[in-house]
Design a protein around this ligand. Structure first.
Ligand code: G6P
Ligand code: MN
Length: 431
C-alpha cells in the first residue's frame, strides 16, 4: 500500500507506546509512512517523539516520525488523523466523575452524565479538527478514540463535514473475559457485538465459524462466576444469565446503578485520581525507555490491543482490506429499528471507503428499549455539545437512564458547565 501520513492528536498520551507497538506490528504494510505527533504538552510530545523514534529504529522499520507543536500544520496533507486526547486532562475527568455523584448519580467518564460533560469538551475540538480537514485534507479519515467515541463520531458526522470512524477496544477485552468465563478458545471465537459504544450486546457467537446458537443460553445457565471473581464480574455474570446474552462490561452501570453508586461513594478517590497517582511513575518509565537502544516501555496503559486495534483500522482503510472490525459508524440498516443515520457500534467491513456495517437484524427485545433510550440521549448530547444549546443539554441529561430526576439533571448541568467553563467555548462565547 502507498506510504501515508498519519497525524496523531494527543500524542503525549500514556497510551502512545501501545500505539507505536501497533504501528510496528504493521510496519511492513505502512512502509515509508510518516507520523506527525501533536500534543498540547510540549514536554510529553518531545518524550513520545524520542521514544517512538527509538522504537522505530530498534525495529528497523521504514517509518518517519516528527513532532509538530501547532495543530493546523500537524494536520496538513494527513491521510489519517488519529485522535486520542482528553480535553482538560485527568483533572477534568475527576470532575466528571465526582459532580454527578454529589447528586446521587454515577458520573462515569464515558457512559454516564460524566461522559456527557466530557462530550461537551471533546466535541468542539473534534469539530475544529474536522473544519481544518474539510478545507485542507478532505479525503483524510479521522480515526477517533477520544471519548465518548459514539457521541463524538455522531457530532462530527452531523456537524463537522469530515470522514470519521469511532473506535473502542472494549469488545476485545470483553470477548476475552467471556471466552474465559465460558471456557471457549478466545482466538477462535467471533462475536456479533452490536448496539452503541459501551452499550453493546452479543447474542450470536461463532467458534471456528460455527454458530453456538442455543448452546450459548445453555452455557450461560450453567455459568457460575469463578471463585475469587470481583464484584463487577459477578454482576456481569448475573446479568448475562438474566438477559440470556453477553453484555458489554459497562452494562453494570445501567443494571446495578445504585450498587455502583454506593461503591463509588464509599471510595476515598475517583478512578481519575487513581490513574493520576500512577502517571508520574509511568512517565518515568517512558523516560527511561526513551534512553535505551531497544526500548520496552511499560504496557500498564494501552496494553490489551488498544493501539494495535487502531492501527488495524487504519491499515484496513489504507489497504482496502475490507476486514471485519467492530467500529462506530452510521447504522445504514445494520440494526433494524435504528435510523440509517444513527451512530451505532457494529461489526463492519472496513476498506478504502471506510466502514460498511454488516446487517445484524434487530436487537434482542430485552435490551432494545434501553439501547434506544441511550441512543436518544446520545443524539441529544451530540447536538448539545456541538451547538452549546443549554436546553438541548438539559434534555440530554433528562433522557439519560442514570439521571431520570429533573433536579439532578439541572444541578449536574449547572455545576458541570461552570466547572469546565474554560473548555466550553460553545456554551460560553467570548465577550
Ligand atoms: C476502557 C474503555 C475506554 C476507556 C477506558 C478507561 O478501555 O473502553 O473507552 O477510556 O476503559 O480506562 P481507565 O483505566 O482510564 O479507567
Ligand atoms: Mn471505550
Amino acid at each position: 500500500m502507498p506510504a501515508r501520513r498519519i497525524a496523531i492528536v494527543g500524542a503525549g498520551s500514556a497510551y502512545m507506546p501501545g500505539v507505536i507497538r501497533g504501528l510496528l506490528a504493521r510496519a511492513g504494510d505502512l512502509a515509508g509512512s510518516e507520523l506527525v505527533l501533536y500534543d498540547l504538552d510540549a514536554g510529553r510530545l518531545e518524550l513520545m517523539r524520542g521514544l517512538a523514534a527509538r522504537m522505530i529504529a530498534a525495529a528497523g522499520a521504514d517509518l518517519e516520525v516528527r513532532a509538530e507543536p501547532s495543530l493546523r500544520p500537524a494536520l496538513e496533507e494527513a491521510d489519517f488523523v488519529f485522535t486520542t486526547f482528553r480535553p482538560g486532562g485527568m483533572h477534568a475527568r475527576h470532575l466528571d466523575e465526582s459532580i454527578p455523584l454529589r447528586h446521587g448519580v454515577v458520573g462515569q467518564e464515558t457512559a454516564g452524565p460524566g461522559g456527557f460533560l466530557m462530550a461537551c469538551r471533546s466535541v468542539p475540538v473534534l469539530l475544529e479538527i474536522a473544519g481544518i480537514l474539510h478545507r485542507t485534507a478532505p479525503h483524510a479519515w479521522i480515526v477517533n478514540y477520544t471519548n465518548p467515541t459514539g457521541i463524538v463520531t455522531d457530532a462530527v458526522l452531523r456537524h463537522g463535514g469530515a470522514r470519521i470512524v469511532g473506535l473502542c477496544d472494549q469488545h476485545v477485552g470483553d470477548l476475552e473475559l467471556w471466552a474465559r468465563l465460558l471456557r471457549l478458545p478466545y482466538e477462535r471465537v467471533e462475536a456479533d457485538w452490536l448496539g452503541l459504544n459501551h452499550a453493546t450486546w452479543a447474542e450470536r457467537l461463532r467458534v471456528d465459524g460455527t454458530e453456538l446458537g442455543g448452546q450459548l443460553g445453555e452455557r450461560l445457565e450453567r455459568l457460575e462466576p469463578p471463585g475469587g471473581a470481583d464484584l463487577a464480574t459477578r454482576q456481569l455474570v448475573e446479568l448475562a444469565k438474566a438477559l440470556g446474552l453477553l453484555p458489554n462490561s459497562y452494562a453494570r452501570y445501567y443494571y446495578f446503578h445504585d450498587d455502583v453508586l454506593a461503591e463509588l461513594r464509599a471510595r476515598p478517590t475517583t478512578r481519575a485520581q487513581d490513574v493520576m497517582a500512577r502517571l508520574p511513575a509511568l512517565y518515568d518509565d517512558y523516560q527511561a525507555a526513551a534512553r535505551q537502544a531497544s526500548p520496552e516501555p511499560s504496557r500498564e496503559r494501552g496494553g490489551g490491543g488498544h493501539g494495535e486495534f487502531a492501527i488495524e483500522v487504519i491499515c484496513a482503510i489504507a489497504g482496502d482490506e475490507r476486514r471485519r472490525l467492530i467500529v462506530n459508524t452510521r447504522n445504514r440498516g445494520a440494526i433494524d429499528g435504528f435510523e440509517a443515520e444513527a451512530v451505532v457500534e457494529v461489526p463492519s467491513l472496513v476498506g478504502a471507503e471506510g466502514p460498511v456495517p454488516l446487517p445484524m437484524g434487530p436487537l434482542p427485545r430485552q435490551v432494545r428499549g434501553l439501547t434506544m433510550a441511550v441512543h436518544e440521549y446520545e443524539w441529544l448530547a451530540a447536538e448539545a455539545a456541538a451547538s452549546g444549546d443549554r436546553r438541548r443539554a438539559l434534555q440530554a441529561l433528562l433522557a439519560h437512564p442514570f439521571v431520570k430526576r429533573k433536579a439532578a439533571a439541572e444541578a449536574i448541568l449547572e455545576e458541570g458547565l461552570a466547572a469546565h467553563r474554560a473548555h466550553l467555548p460553545q456554551f460560553f462565547p467570548a465577550g
